[in-house]
Design a protein around this ligand. Structure first.
Ligand code: PBG
Length: 312
């Protein structure tokens, strides 16, 4: 009876595993604030993609760390950049794997901000758009399935959509980080991707955690500009936003269970203060209840393996 009347279910196919890929092999290795997650070389990533697919995970989200960073983020739009090569190799190794590429400049700039800076040190929104469209096209040419712009610059979804369509890449979808909050929960990620801003913060382009109507406005703008999937980030403290967006729009809704949320669970479980597998299952299921169609989570592979083990 309980199974028959259960309102929400969670399936490994609804999960997306983020992957950190480094150009410099010496930068590969564990991430201290994210136990169980590693920075991978291209070779490691190909092996991992096969393992993920075998475990039942059908989608990955790629982040790249280039060997070279500069103020113009030039390593981001090189046709043979680290993400472009990873897309090619992963699609060749596991053609059925859905490859999503995060699109942002913060991992590629030496100052760690998400865009080009003007003379006063502020992010120049419109010049950053040119950089984003150039990079998006190189990802598309490398064979990416979905592009996920994560920087919250105004007008980026429309600019990327137009550039893709102009270059015969209309089949490439856009998953837009439509409502991304300026959050303390991203800290471990910045260690993982080496993208901590060298000065200032991201509050001029990310949203104030106090606001929810603003999230709906941002979401509607991205829908109008041609987004295919709407992403809310972070997850745990923002389930009300997930629900409001789910009720408001018809597009698929994704939620990002971010690095700090992962680190909290891992830290408490390591102390023996919570039961890790029950906690993970509950958290992921509650994202579904809140209205998320898909969940980007560092727990993806672990959860898929947990489900497989329970079946045996
Ligand atoms: C920006 C980006 C960030 C995350 C995903 N894309 C960091 C930021 O905005 O500072 C955070 C993801 C996480 O914390 O897991 N490229």
């Amino acid at each position: 009876m309980r199974a028959l009347t259960r309102e929400h279910r969670l399936h490994p196919e609804q999960l997306v595993q983020p992957m950190f890929i480094v150009e410099e092999p010496s930068s590969a290795g564990p991430i201290s604030s994210m136990p169980g997650i590693r920075r991978m070389t291209l070779q490691d990533a190909t092996r991992e993609a096969r393992e993920l697919y075998a475990a039942g995970i059908r989608s990955v989200l790629l982040f790249g760390t280039p060997a070279h960073k500069d103020a113009q983020a030039t390593s981001n739009y090189k046709p043979d950049g680290i993400v472009q090569r990873a897309i090619g190799e992963l699609k060749a190794a596991v053609p059925e794997l859905l490859v999503i590429a995060d699109l942002c400049n913060c991992e590629y700039t030496d100052h760690g901000h998400c865009g080009l800076l003007d003379a006063t040190g502020e992010v120049d929104n419109d010049r950053t758009l040119e950089l984003l469209t150039a990079t998006a096209l190189t990802y598309a040419r490398a064979g990416v399935d979905v592009i996920a712009p994560s920087d919250m610059m105004d007008g980026r979804v429309g600019a990327i959509r137009a550039a893709l369509d102009d270059c015969d890449k209309s089949h490439v979808a856009i998953m837009s980080y439509a409502a991304k909050y300026a959050s303390a929960f991203y800290e471990p990620f910045r260690e993982a991707a080496g993208s901590t801003p060298q000065f200032g913060d991201r509050r001029s382009y990310q949203m104030d955690p106090a606001n929810s109507r603003e999230a709906l406005r941002e979401v509607r703008l991205d829908v109008d500009e041609g987004a295919d999937i709407i992403l809310i980030k972070p997850g745990l403290a923002y389930l009300d936003i997930v629900r409001r967006v789910r009720d408001e729009i018809a597009l698929p809704v994704a939620v990002y269970n971010v690095s700090g949320e992962y680190a909290m669970v891992k830290a408490a479980a390591a102390q023996g203060w919570i039961d890790e597998s029950r906690t993970v299952e509950e958290l992921l299921l509650c994202f579904r209840r809140a209205g998320a169609d898909m969940i980007i989570t560092y727990f993806a592979k672990q959860y898929a393996q947990q489900v497989a083990a329970q079946r045996q």
